[in-house]
Ligand binder design. Structure first.
Ligand code: ITT
Length: 189
């Protein structure tokens, strides 16, 4: 089965392709010569996932799914949350975002955090969402060379290393995206 993943983030495409069973293949927006910016103006992660799937479906008319992900730190009132991509400004720079988060946490605030991913699957007649969460702690400094986004400062529960230092296989098994994808796969199968 071929399925369009409506995202402009190539790291997400790579992760999702490696999570999906071999009988699925992921198409990207470039396969449809789609280069428009996709709006993300809602104030929830779920709202943004739905907005992205609807926007792309309305333009292309093909079954697609999108996802929105946020990192939630309860001791910072849920920041960066829905603003995770542009936390430190419109340049959407991962290193700037991590620096801002580490500075805001300082040495004293509780470091519990979780990632949340909502996948929105849009067909002609329906819209369905699938949520995944991964709990952990924000590290005191960056470590590891893999992953993307906030991975160098997120240590998932049960591990001593950041997502960026753990293998892709482990990240996919336990991550927010991995959990949400399992639900999507079981629905599609
Ligand atoms: P699309 O909206 O085109 O899918 P995006 O990069 O804008 O791509 P999001 O709005 O979902 O995606 O991203 C929110 C932020 O969270 C962004 O800064 C990502 O780098 C980061 N992020 C998403 N998934 C992550 C993961 O698995 N690990 C670490 N950071 C992640």
């Amino acid at each position: 089965m071929k399925i369009l993943f409506a995202t402009q983030n190539l790291n997400k495409i790579e992760e999702v392709q490696s999570i999906l069973p071999q009988d699925f293949s992921v198409l990207g927006l470039t396969d449809f010569n789609f280069e428009e910016d996709i709006p993300e103006t809602q104030n929830t992660i779920e709202g943004n996932a739905i907005q992205k799937a609807n926007f792309v479906f309305d333009k292309l008319g093909v079954l697609c799914f999108s996802e929105d992900t946020g990192l939630i730190v309860p001791s910072l009132n849920g920041e960066p949350g829905v603003f995770s991509a542009r936390y430190a400004g419109p340049q959407r720079n991962a290193s700037d975002n991590m620096t801002k988060l580490l500075n805001k946490l300082g040495n004293d605030k509780p470091r519990k955090a979780y990632f949340e991913t909502v996948i929105a699957l849009r067909t002609k007649d329906s819209l369905k969402t699938f949520t995944g969460r991964c709990h952990g702690q924000i590290a005191f400094e960056q470590s590891g060379n893999g992953g993307f986004g906030y991975d160098p400062i997120f240590i998932p529960d049960g591990y001593l290393a950041s997502f960026a230092a753990l293998s892709k296989t482990i990240k996919n098994e336990i991550s927010h995206r991995g959990q949400a994808m399992k639900k999507l796969i079981s629905y599609l199968s």
